[in-house]
Design a protein around this ligand. Sequence first.
Ligand SMILES: [Ca+2]
Ligand SMILES: [Ca+2]
Ligand SMILES: [Ca+2]
Ligand SMILES: [Ca+2]
Length: 578
Amino acid sequence: MRVRMVLWTLLLTVGLAPPARALTLTQVDQSTPWPGVVITQYRTSSPSADVWVAEIDLCADHIRVEATHTPTAYRTAASWGASVGVQVATNGDFYRTGPQVYGDAIGGGIQWPLDQTGLDPAYSSDWFYKDYGWIAFGHDWVDYTHTKWVKNHASNYGTLGGYEPGTVAPPPPLGTLALVSGFPELVIEGEVYTCSSPTDSSCFPDRSDMRDRHPRTAMGLTADRQTFLLVVVDGRTSTSSGMYGAELADLMGQLGAYVAFNLDGGGSSQMWVDGDGTINNASGNNLGNGLRGVANHWGVFAGAAGGMPQRPEHCVSSTPCHTIPPPGDILESDGPCAWLFGDPQYWREESVGYGDHLYWTNAFTSDEPGNWAGWQLDFEQAGEYLLEVWVDDTFGVYDNARYQVVADGQSSTVHVDQGAAAGWTEVGTYHFAQGGGQYLAVFDNVSGSVASDQHIVADAIQLTRVDAYCGDGTCDAGEDCFGCAADCPPVTEIPGNGIDDDCDGEIDEVTNPTDPDAGVDPTGDASVVVTADASPSGGGSKGGCGCAAGRPAPEAALPWIGLLLLGLCWRRRARRPR
Ligand SMILES: [Ca+2]
Ligand SMILES: [Ca+2]
Ligand SMILES: [Ca+2]
Ligand SMILES: [Ca+2]
């Protein structure tokens, strides 16, 4: 927004006409059916079109964004939305027979198989291959990646943000829960895509149908990443003309998008709201042929009716669900940092296990998980941690339960024999980074046959710090009484060891041995001396602070070392006559 304002100011200052912004929005209706969801209907002039906007406050209670899991059939937004239990749904990416989509897709935290996405090398010669950008949602984050065209023309846009801006079609971030792809990009880092003419061949070179007026669907994100925009524009009727791509870009900019992408349009454009049904003229978009089934969708859980936890799932300004302190911690599967995915009826609860509560589900043969559980991990300090899971000896049955550990950007898969386990069971030791974006997950799907009733438990997990850290009670290398007084308490200054043992900011200062309060020799004449047994060569005991080189810098210590040597010489001379 600010970029645009600056641009306008600049244009006005130099006396040029600003680019025509033909689109005028008039609000027709607005409602807030659930906290965090505002549905607005607009009428636009030039062109005359009906527009529906769902503004989703990602930091409102109970808000969670979902996208279609690997589909086996085309569904309308209404049918899919009702079956998943979301409150708002729209169509998503372009699709083809399969069902498959043009870009990448993730629903319920599970990426679609390659051959149902446009990433399959089989499509590498197709016109749309890797053209897409996406918006992706994870735990406490939202991200986007720009389209191929934008990445290949990065110099037009200054510094590109988003995920891996230098890589075309990067693998999605670990921990992505929902992702839908689209192109072309309509708003790029706050800059609305503009064309000299909306019908010129140079306008949206990555997609020629942007140069005709069609029904449209678009997705956008505000600069603070706290508002998700889903927009549908009707067309192909006498009352609503649809929009050129350039008009859609203008619309998304006016609605406050910082980034925005075109989604599948035409007969696919539809917005469904629970209780109101399909709110736009989706059949009109489909030339009177009723609602069209599509391959993927965006959905939004909202309000208590959505059944999601109160804590918003993708709010970038949330404090972590829990921060694991330096020594480690125990996180429960029914605690604030746990996820349970899949049909809830297949997650059974028992009043046994750690804290007298566990969940279990059965292993089953499938390419994709049906039920899976996850634990979000957010650390106060980076370090090495032993990761264990609690396995109840009755309900832990399956001998090859598959876990995924995401630690410090690395993903590892570990199989655990839950049948042989009882109590705390090691998964492994990992280096975790400070902060979040890390997790443990356990999945129920097995390739190949599996016997019945092979229970997999999801119960508490435990993290135990195994490397040295401040607060472990030992003064370790790299710690001192400045940075870690808990482990390295200040002790009486020991001269000559180059360490500021008493943490007063002076290294090896000479003190009166019989009266330490007398402090440093004030005159420098060495009238205050040190006894031999307090010096390092005299076998003076090394205090708790002696485990690391002290500060300040060596040059600051030099005068004191000199003074000490002078003092020792003086003492030797003074003793000689005896
Ligand atoms: Ca438990
Ligand atoms: Ca320590
Ligand atoms: Ca000192
Ligand atoms: Ca010292």
